[in-house]
Design a protein around this ligand. Sequence first.
Ligand SMILES: NC(=O)c1ccc[n+]([C@@H]2O[C@H](COP(=O)([O-])OP(=O)(O)OC[C@H]3O[C@@H](n4cnc5c(N)ncnc54)[C@H](OP(=O)(O)O)[C@@H]3O)[C@@H](O)[C@H]2O)c1
Length: 316
Amino acid sequence: MGQKMKAVYYEQFGDLNQLITGELDKPEPGEGEILLKMKSAGVNPVDAAVARGMLKDVIPTEFPVVPGWDVAGIVEERGHAARRFENGDEVYAYARRPVIQHGTFAEYISLPENYLAHRPQSVSIKEAGGIPLVGLTAYQSLFDAGSLKEGETLLILGASGGVGSVAIQLAKNVGATVIGVASEKNHEYMQDLGADKVIDYSSGDVGERLREIAPGGVDMIFHCSRGDSLNQSKTTLKPSGRLISITNSEPDVPEGVMFQYVFVEPNAQQLDHLRQLADEGNLTLPVTETYSLDEAGAALRDIESLHTRGKRVITP
Ligand SMILES: NC(=O)c1ccc[n+]([C@@H]2O[C@H](COP(=O)([O-])OP(=O)(O)OC[C@H]3O[C@@H](n4cnc5c(N)ncnc54)[C@H](OP(=O)(O)O)[C@@H]3O)[C@@H](O)[C@H]2O)c1
């Protein structure tokens, strides 16, 4: 009989109280794969959305599903041709596979080695487990899709959450001016991460406030929130501005504005770059709450509020 591991899983889509913390078969590393011992698994809004069945028509699924797309862990075993990492290496990964089934809310996960990168050493392994998904999302949005450059002004809608916290720092690192939008309790937090100006979306029209702060308009809007903030602010984009959204694939886009919707992809080279930035002191991601595998249901309920600060992670 094969070995067992502790894991969180569900047998059907629906309510989050269907999550079970129990035993599943411990995976074995396949060809080109690495077996990781999970040390930290970032909790993301998408984990709750997947469990509720909201992505079932776009990404195939096989039950039982172990949720979780983020991981930092230790290389435990290597499949036949997997030779980029040594046993004992500390790595991190954005672990979304083409079929949703084997996630990171478990003691072990097996992943293709080309998903993995060495983790940053300047942050704890717990913090590292929260970086991949939001880090790659911010990176691919600001640079691959948006080509953000030095001297430009960037508006981030939802700047105190996981994605926004990284986006503020990546943008400051290339020399952009950053205006962060979140509720007032998060203003000092956004400024500590580097935001030059902050706006409270709940105390008036974001667009009106922006016209006072940036009368010449903004070069790019990075849309990582829901609510009315985008409609209120999009007319402040310069005529040749760019709108990058990760929450709405079909917004009403002002004429002349370049629009792109981003759905984050695994990318180990970019994880290497994020590690460099962290190890140079230019990227952190504050962990504001830690859950055990037994508390995964609470973790998903909390994260789907879309009002948590920084990053939340599960540890084994
Ligand atoms: N397409 C993709 O590849 C992709 C990747 C990652 C995430 N996402 C999506 O992007 C969104 C953000 O992800 P996340 O992990 O950063 O979420 P998060 O950690 O929950 O952060 C949400 C942020 O939105 C702010 N916010 C809430 N209501 C707002 C409003 N009406 N106007 C402006 N800001 C508001 C929150 O601030 P307060 O707490 O102060 O309200 C917080 O800063 C989620 O919907 C997630 O599903 C998509």
